[in-house]
Write a protein that binds this ligand. Structure first.
Ligand code: SF4
Length: 345
C-alpha cells in the first residue's frame, strides 16, 4: 500500500515537512545542488495539477523531495486511480506507468524517460502468452504485474509479489502457468506444493544476482542481522532469509524492528536509503545491486517531463480493457492479501 504525502506546506507526521525530510536524506553538498530542481518541480506540480508517483527504488532526492505518493507498483497504480490530479508523472519503469494508465485511462500519465524498461517485463510478449495458451489448454495463466499491457491483456489474472500465493490459491486449480519471473513462481510453488506450476524463465537482473553464500556472509560479518529478501531472488537466497516479501512487505517488517537491531534488505539499493529515515535507530547493512532501468529516472528528467508534458503513456483501448480485467480480478481476489504498506510516512 502507499501513503499520500502532505505537500510542502503541511506538517508531516514525523514533525518535519517533506522538504525537511529530504534535507536529511542527502549530504549537504548534494542537497544544495538539487534543491532548485526540487523547488521547480514542486511549483510545476501545482501549476499543472500534477502529482508524482515514485516507486520505492527511486533515489532519495526523488523519493523524499518531490514524490506525492510512494510505494510498490501495485500500490501506486491503486493510488493513481484515486487521485483528483489531472496529470500523473510516474517515477518508475515503463510497465508501471502503463499499469497506472490502465487503471486510470482518463488521466494524462507521463514517464520522464520512456526508455526506462525492465529485464523481467521484456522477457515475454503477448504472442508468447498466446503460444503458452496453445501449449497448456485450459490451464489458468497468472502474470506478475511486472509485465507489459499486452501480456496482461492475454492472461487470466495478475498478481504482485505480495499477493502471488493468495492469488494462485484462490484459483483452486491443480495446475497453473506462472509468468514471467521464474523465482517468484518457484516461491509460489514452494508455498503451494499441491499446485503444479509451469514456469516462464524470466528473471529480474537485480534480484537474480544475489546468492545464498552472500547472505551467509552477512550473518557471519554482522551477527544477529535480520535478513529480508524479495521473492524475485533465487531459492537459495530465500532459504537463507528471515523474511520473504515485497518491498511494501519489507517496509511493514522494518517498522516493527526495535531500535538497536540490524537488518539487511536483499533488494535494490535505494530501498534501504529511503527507508532508513523511517526507522531511526535501526542499522541497515546495505548490499548494493542497482537497477539501471529505475536509475534512468532523475530529478532533471522529472522537471523536463512536467515542463514539456512528455512523454505521455498511451495504451491501446482494447488492450487496456482486457488488461484491466486481469488486474481487477486480482484486486477482487487478492485485496486482503495485497502488499501491505509501502508508503513510509
Ligand atoms: S528491479 Fe528488476 S523487476 Fe524491477 S524494474 Fe529493475 S529489472 Fe525490472
Amino acid at each position: 500500500m502507499t501513503k499520500l504525502r502532505s505537500n510542502l506546506l503541511v506538517v508531516a507526521e514525523d514533525g518535519g515537512t517533506p522538504l525537511e525530510r529530504a534535507t536529511h536524506a542527502l549530504p549537504d553538498i548534494e542537497w544544495a545542488a538539487v534543491l532548485p530542481t526540487i523547488e521547480a518541480i514542486n511549483a510545476l506540480k501545482v501549476e499543472r495539477n500534477a502529482i508524482v508517483l515514485a516507486h520505492n527504488y527511486m533515489t532519495p532526492d526523488i523519493y523524499h523531495g518531490v514524490a506525492d505518493i510512494v510505494g510498490d507498483s501495485l500500490g501506486l497504480a491503486r493510488e493513481a486511480a484515486r487521485t483528483d490530479a489531472e496529470v500523473i508523472v510516474f517515477a518508475g519503469v515503463h510497465f508501471m506507468a502503463e499499469t497506472a494508465k490502465i487503471t486510470c485511462p482518463d488521466k494524462t500519465v507521463l514517464i520522464p524517460d520512456p526508455n526506462a524498461g525492465c529485464s523481467l517485463a521484456e522477457s515475454i510478449t503477448g504472442v508468447d502468452v498466446r503460444l503458452l495458451r496453445e501449449r497448456f489448454p485450459g490451464v489458468p495463466i497468472v502474470a506478475y504485474v511486472n509485465t507489459s499491457a499486452d501480456v496482461k491483456a492475454e492472461v487470466d489474472i495478475c498478481c504482485t509479489s505480495g499477493n502471488a500465493v493468495e492469488v494462485v490459491r484462490s484459483l483452486g486449480a491443480d495446475e497453473i502457468v506462472f509468468l514471467p519471473d521464474q523465482y517468484l513462481g518457484k516461491w509460489v510453488a514452494s508455498q503451494l506444493p499441491e499446485v503444479k506450476v509451469h514456469l516462464w524463465e524470466g528473471a529480474c537482473m537485480v534480484h537474480e544476482r544475489f546468492t545464498g553464500e552472500e547472505l551467509r556472509s552477512y550473518r557471519t560479518q554482522t551477527p544477529g542481522v535480520q535478513i529480508l529478501a524479495h521473492p524475485e531472488c533465487p531459492p537459495d537466497v530465500l532459504a537463507e532469509a528471515d523474511y520473504v516479501g515485497s518491498t511494501a512487505g519489507m517496509v511493514g517488517f522494518v517498522r516493527n524492528v526495535a531500535p538497536g537491531n540490524r537488518v539487511v534488505m536483499v533488494t535494490e539499493c535505494s530501498m534501504a536509503d529511503n527507508i532508513a529515515l523511517e526507522a531511526p535507530g535501526v542499522e541497515f547493512v546495505r548490499p548494493c545491486n542497482l537497477c539501471p532501468h529505475m536509475k534512468k529516472i532523475t530529478l532533471d528528467k522529472i522537471l523536463h517531463s512536467l515542463r514539456t508534458m512528455t512523454t505521455e503513456v498511451h495504451v491501446d483501448a482494447d488492450i487496456a480493457e482486457r488488461a484491466r480485467r486481469s488486474v481487477d480480478r486480482m484486486l477482487a481476489i487478492g485485496t486482503s492479501a495485497a502488499a501491505p504498506a509501502g508508503g513510509t510516512r
